[in-house]
Design a protein around this ligand. Structure first.
Ligand SMILES: N=c1c2ncn([C@@H]3O[C@H](COP(=O)(O)OP(=O)(O)OP(=O)(O)O)[C@@H](O)[C@H]3O)c2ncn1[C@@H]1O[C@H](COP(=O)(O)O)[C@@H](O)[C@H]1O
Length: 120
């Protein structure tokens, strides 16, 4: 007899997206950084995304194992804040993944040329 395989654990990004969705739905904000950020709006969330992106780029230049660990930490901060911005905009991670999947097999150079043609 084989046991049924246990269902795969949700990916951390999916789990985090769900948590952010839960925080968006909760009225109480004082105990949740996410709820406070969402209530503050796009200017505040956008500023955090910009700040975390700059910190990630800065950490990329840090040498050694500690620098690598710091870089991963900063990447986590940026991904979290990006997911909060997606939530604020009402966009699901799956929609971004679909956009990335759509680009599979399309050279970045070809895609850039088509952007130039369409003015985007
Ligand atoms: N992954 C994260 C996460 N990453 C970073 N952060 C917060 O993002 C902030 C960014 O760091 P900064 O040093 O810039 O913080 P800061 O100066 O206090 O921020 P500001 O005052 O500028 O807003 C810190 O407060 C971090 O704690 C996060 N906060 C929450 N999560 C996840 O969201 C879940 C829900 O959190 P709450 O909404 O707080 O319950 C948590 O369990 C985590 O899984």
């Amino acid at each position: 007899m084989h046991d049924n395989p246990s269902p795969a654990a949700p990916r951390p990004l999916d789990q985090l997206e769900r948590t952010i969705g839960d925080r968006a739905a909760q009225a109480e904000q004082s105990s949740s950084y996410t709820a406070k950020l969402l209530a503050a709006g796009v200017a505040k969330i956008g500023a955090k995304v910009t700040e975390e992106a700059a910190e990630l780029v800065e950490a990329a230049a840090e040498p050694g194992t500690e620098g690598r660990t710091h870089f991963i930490y900063e990447a986590g901060d940026l991904l979290y804040h990006t997911l909060v911005l997606l939530r604020w905009r009402g966009v699901e991670l799956a929609e971004v993944e679909a956009e990335l999947a759509r680009r599979f097999g399309v050279s970045g150079i070809t895609e850039k040329e088509s952007r130039a043609k369409h003015g985007s």
